[in-house]
Design a protein around this ligand. Structure first.
Ligand code: FES
Length: 105
C-alpha cells in the first residue's frame, strides 16, 4: 500500500506500507520529517498530527472520540486533521496522500 507524505515545503516522501500497520509507524520507519509520535501510538500525545489530502478525507474517515479529544492539543487543526497513529493501512488506502503540518504541538 503506497502512502505519500508531503512536507510543508512541498517535498514528497513515498513509502510502501504494510496493511495493518499505522500511517504513523510508516512515517517513523522511513524517517519522514515532522512526525514525532512521542507517545508511540497510544493516542495520547498529538505529535503525529497530519492532514489527510482532501481527495482522501472521505475514504480515511473521521476520528473517533478519543482521537478527537487529543487533536485539541495539536497545532493548527483543520477539518482534515487526523492523528496518523490512528489510521490503519488497508488496501483501499493505496495511493493515500497526507500532508505534514508546519510543526507539532
Ligand atoms: Fe501519540 Fe499518535 S503517536 S497520538
Amino acid at each position: 500500500t503506497k502512502i505519500t507524505f508531503i512536507s510543508p515545503n512541498g517535498e514528497e516522501f513515498v513509502v510502501e506500507a504494510a496493511n495493518g500497520t499505522t500511517v504513523m509507524e510508516n512515517a517513523i520507519r522511513n524517517d519522514v520529517p515532522g512526525i514525532e509520535a512521542e507517545c508511540g501510538g497510544a493516542c495520547s500525545c498529538a505529535t503525529c498530527h497530519i492532514y489527510v489530502d482532501d481527495e482522501w478525507a472521505e475514504i480515511v474517515g473521521s476520528p473517533e472520540v478519543m482521537e478527537e479529544d487529543m487533536l485539541d492539543f495539536a497545532y493548527d487543526v483543520r477539518p482534515t486533521s487526523r492523528l496518523s497513529c490512528q489510521i490503519r493501512v488497508r488496501d483501499e488506502l493505496d495511493g493515500l496522500v497526507v500532508h505534514v503540518p508546519e510543526r507539532q504541538g
